[in-house]
Ligand binder design. Structure first.
Ligand SMILES: Cc1ncc(COP(=O)(O)O)c(C=O)c1O
Length: 398
């Protein structure tokens, strides 16, 4: 892969307004046709969220894990239309704060289909949950139990255990989860504090490529279930968390949700009584594939022996997933032709605002579009409103 065609010479500047090359044969799935149509109507940056993809992902999940009720983790993308779509489909919701809780309630979610899945909650948020009759919540430490028992007696609590996050892109066991051997003593403590310990939750880490993490976590969970049953505190709910992976690159290997789900399904059947209720907290899997971000080149230069293209969206806006989600994206263009290793950067005055140093793209010109698929999760959700005066993408829900 060559690194650059040439430096940008003065004579080339005339070609900045060149039209993209022929479209023939470049658009197998209609995404580029859609982007071209949208570019005529909307200023960039914009993010297209496709409702049909949200529905598709929800149905895939239900088909593959029919006994597991999904509670969509709205942190992935809290856009009201995304939430409303999942309300209509009958999903539950995983919220991390009273503000998220109010948002889903305001959009039609039922309190009994919400889990407050942050193991650390402020007193105000616990009180808000009580008032809203959102009964189910997670915990992983004793001080949290004291808070909950004081401000929400009788709440249904699930203990979050620490499980292996090996080969997940985002490790969620660094900050959360009790060691499994401490789980039962805490369940007993919850009971003695007049709480209602109903089950166990875990999270194998986000974008998990390793089904073993789920299988092992289920095994550990079943052992704690047995211990609790033997000691007269039968449990009834298992929350298998999120982590279900999606491809971020065309043809990415090693990601097969259906195969992963089939193994989880078998393990669940083997280890648990049919009366046990299963829930999950998918975020990325539900909303990631629905999002396509469209940006434009606002400037270009030649440095470090390669072309640098500056886009009108960056790590402070909709590419925030590069930082917070450790995500790598596949950058695509509407232009065809020989590809060169190039750098892509955001619009702000920070060197940190660099998106890629090794994007494989054709030579681009000012105003050319650069787009990224499968970017609906952990992108706009964590964008800063106006850093350096640059707004995040407009969301277009279709
Ligand atoms: C408690 C909790 N539940 C669910 C999720 C969603 O995870 P994912 O997007 O990997 O499905 C997260 C993500 O960080 C989380 O922290």
């Amino acid at each position: 892969m060559p690194t650059a065609p040439t430096a940008l010479l003065p004579s080339e500047k005339q070609s900045e307004s060149k039209k993209p090359a022929s479209r023939k044969g470049s658009d197998s799935n209609g995404v580029e046709t859609l982007i071209r149509a949208m570019l005529k109507k909307h200023r960039t940056p914009f993010m297209i969220i496709r409702k049909d993809q949200l529905v598709r992902q929800f149905r895939r999940f239900r088909r593959a894990l029919p006994q597991v009720m999904p509670f969509y983790a709205i942190k992935a993308n809290p856009h009201p239309k995304v939430i409303k779509t999942f309300v209509k489909l009958g999903a539950g919701f995983d919220v991390a704060s009273a503000a998220e809780m109010r948002q889903v309630l305001g959009l039609g979610a039922k309190p009994e289909k919400i889990i407050f899945a942050n193991t650390i909650k402020s007193v105000d948020d616990i009180v808000a949950a009580r008032k809203a009759r959102v009964r189910m919540m997670t915990f992983d430490n004793e001080p949290e139990l004291y808070k909950i028992s004081e401000h929400y007696p009788g709440a249904e609590v699930l203990i979050r255990i620490k499980v292996d996050n090996h080969r997940s892109v985002v490790n969620l066991s660094l900050k959360f989860g009790v060691d499994p051997d401490m789980a039962f003593p805490m369940i007993r403590r919850a009971k003695s504090l007049k709480l209602n310990p109903v089950g166990i939750s875990f999270h194998v880490g986000s974008q998990s490529r390793n089904v073993e993490n789920y299988l092992q976590a289920l095994e550990i969970t079943s052992q704690i279930f047995n211990e609790a049953e033997e000691n007269g505190i039968p449990l009834k709910t298992v929350d298998i968390g999120g982590g279900f992976p999606i491809p971020h690159f065309d043809g990415e290997i090693g990601i097969n949700f259906e195969r992963m789900a089939a193994q989880i399904h078998r393990q669940r059947k083997q280890l648990f009584d049919r009366k046990v209720t299963f829930i999950a907290e998918p975020g990325r899997f539900f909303v990631g594939p629905a999002g396509t971000l469209v940006t434009q080149v606002v400037g270009r230069t030649f440095r470090n022996n390669k072309n640098y293209y500056y886009l009108n969206d960056g790590v402070y806006q909709d590419f925030s997933g590069i930082v917070f989600d450790h995500c790598k994206y596949e950058f695509k263009t509407l232009r065809r032709g020989q590809k060169f290793l190039s750098a892509l950067a955001g619009p702000t005055c920070d060197s940190f605002d660099t998106l890629a140093l090794d994007a494989e793209i054709p030579e681009l010109y000012v105003n050319d579009a650069v787009y990224v698929k499968n970017i609906g999760a952990y992108s706009c959700a964590s964008a800063v409103p106006n850093f350096n005066g640059f707004p995040p993408a407009k969301l277009i829900f279709i």
